[in-house]
Design a protein around this ligand. Structure first.
Ligand code: FES
Length: 573
């Protein structure tokens, strides 16, 4: 029997004074009867719907379904909009605004008469930004992931949304694709409502929140267009009302063990490197100590269990039909902390004990994985004193141990200007070094680390080279790409000092990334290095540049780390 509790919202609606009158009265214009203000848990539906975020374009509909569930369970639903981050349209990069959106979520929740929260998420940053903001308040919270698109087909070939982008240059150069071909492909790739349908960042984030225990079991892998998605949305609406009555807050679910479960799961599904930066930031908000090294220690020896793009060949729809994340979590039973709490009030592994796999070509068993070791390798060395990362499952085996001469680009603009120049001295063994794409430098750490190879190398039939940068990589991309180099070049990390022709050694097995020049030479270069002018001198971007932390710490703003709880603020009087 759920216990009766004091509701936070009663601080607004329970008052018999002038302010109680004000708080209730204006809401009456929407037709709410008396009983709505007499002890019903008020549930905020935090909606990242926006026409500018195509991946979340269906979330207005979903909010209505969630509302039904909340009403059925005796709650009072209140939908509110927050800043939405659409990956395909926002410039210079959505990552610049993740922390801003999280502030919007946090303050919107705390300032309003809310007892529980439903987060409607989809496109990449809409999941971490909302979860980060909610963590800093720490109310009972459930996530409704918007779901992936259905699989697209182009001329008989299955195409992953996102992954196709990275093949465009190759298709032009090697298969003679024309503009008309691309127009035709455009409409085939984005097949239905939903977010990217590979195990890119959006699917990784949805998987992450389920593994953390923040969604109903099995919710994250259901395609957006599948009727079961709405069913789960409605059930989530019902469940959040109970969670408020049980006082099942985020901090009771998001323990250190839950974060470790998310890391293990991410490795098994071949998830995006972006998980590192977002999970670290979420941990920082809820007060869990998570270090970059933890991703390697906890996750790097986990076998790859799914055959999904970009590491494999299938798409999220296939994953769902094969049994989806529940099968993976069941397979991982012995590798996970079994007793972490989840939003339905049950322990993690208890939720998945009955999962059945329907296609072993899509989801392997633990005894016969697609790859023995997956996850993220964290590299250290004089080129990345605070670390850098690589996703071995998306990299080329033959390049995992490599020595090559640096070909340096000082910025993205420099890269675009020279990469296809016939005079560029580069061969397949060179190491492409890209500077100025870190958190402060770009600013916002865009997903550019997997820069295209030069045309002349592609024409030799080469499909991968070692690339190093302080930026990120899209979860839909692949390649031997070293990312998140910290400290970044803009703050004077060693990356800033690399020059054309320097030898760089990569040894993923030994977790080593080394710039082969003497200490004296490094010191000499450092002494003449000048920090670049900041990219903004006003507004939010200036705040961001002044306060953003380095990649190894999750690139949150330093003053946002932690939380301020759900304490009801003083009234407006
Ligand atoms: Fe939104 Fe890929 S662009 S998830």
């Amino acid at each position: 029997m759920a216990k009766k509790m004091h509701l936070r919202s009663s601080e607004w609606f329970g008052g018999k004074d002038k302010m109680g009158f004000v708080h209730r009265s204006w809401l009456r214009n929407q037709g709410y009867p008396d009983d709505y203000f007499q002890g019903k848990p008020v549930i905020g539906i935090c909606n990242t719907w926006s026409e500018l975020t195509p991946c979340n374009g269906h979330l207005r509909d979903f909010a209505e379904v969630v509302k039904k569930g909340i009403l059925e369970a005796g709650g009072f639903p209140m939908e509110f909009p927050v800043m939405s981050l659409g990956e395909t349209l926002m410039r210079p990069t959505t990552m610049l605004f993740r922390n801003l959106a999280s502030m919007d979520v946090e303050e919107s929740i705390r300032a309003n008469p809310l007892d529980g929260i439903v987060l409607l998420t989809g496109c990449d940053k809409t999941t971490p930004s909302t979860v980060m903001g909610a963590c800093s308040v720490d109310l009972p919270t459930i996530v409704v992931p918007g779901g992936p698109m259905l699989s697209g087909r182009f001329r008989g070939e299955k195409i992953g949304s996102g992954s196709m982008n990275w093949m465009i240059k190759e298709k032009q150069n090697l298969e003679g694709y024309t503009a008309a071909d691309f127009t035709e492909a455009e409409v085939c790739v984005a097949r239905s409502i939903g977010h990217c349908n590979t195990m890119g960042t959006a699917s990784t984030m949805a998987t992450m929140v389920e593994a953390l225990g923040l969604t109903l079991p099995g919710f994250s892998s259901i395609p957006a267009a599948d009727s079961r998605k709405k069913l789960f949305a409605q059930l989530s609406g019902r469940r959040i009302v109970e969670m408020v009555r049980e006082d099942l807050k985020l901090s009771k679910i998001l323990t250190r063990k839950a974060f470790e479960n998310a890391i293990v799961t991410n490795a098994a599904v071949g998830g995006s490197t972006n998980l590192i930066i977002h999970l670290t930031a979420i941990a920082g908000r809820i007060g869990v100590d998570l270090k970059l090294e933890d991703f390697d220690v906890v996750g790097s020896r986990v076998p790859l269990l799914v055959n999904l793009k970009p590491s494999g060949k299938y798409l999220m729809e296939d994953f769902f039909y094969a049994g989806g994340l529940p099968v993976v979590l069941k397979e991982l039973e012995k590798r996970l902390h079994p007793n972490t709490m989840t939003v339905n009030g049950k322990r993690l592994t208890e939720n998945y004990s009955q999962a059945v796999c329907y296609d072993r070509d899509v989801i392997a068993c633990l005894e016969k994985p697609f790859q023995e070791e997956s996850g993220i390798a964290v590299l250290k060395g004089n080129l990345c004193e605070n670390g850098a990362v690589i996703k071995p499952s998306a990299a080329s085996k033959e390049l995992m141990k490599h020595k090559g001469k640096a070909v340096v680009f000082e910025s993205m603009e420099d890269y675009h200007q020279r990469i296809d120049s016939p005079n560029l001295e580069i061969d397949k063994d060179s190491v492409i070094v890209l500077k100025g794409v870190g958190p402060k430098g770009y600013p916002g750490m865009p997903e550019v680390g997997n820069v295209d190879l030069p045309k002349k190398i592609i024409l030799q039939g080469v499909t991968d080279m070692v690339r190093i940068s302080d930026g990120r990589m899209s979860g839909t991309a692949a390649g031997t790409v070293i990312l998140h180099v910290s400290p970044e070049s803009t703050v004077g990390g060693t990356l800033a000092l690399v020059q054309n022709g320097d030898t760089i050694e990569l040894d993923v097995e030994k977790r080593k990334l080394h710039l082969d020049i003497s200490e004296e030479e490094l010191k000499k270069r450092k002494s003449v290095w000048k920090s670049p002018e900041p990219m903004a001198d006003r507004g939010y971007v200036k705040i961001y540049i002044d306060h953003v932390e380095q990649a190894d710490k999750g690139a949150d703003l330093d003053f946002l780390v932690g939380g301020s709880g759900s304490k009801v603020e003083r009234d407006l009087h």
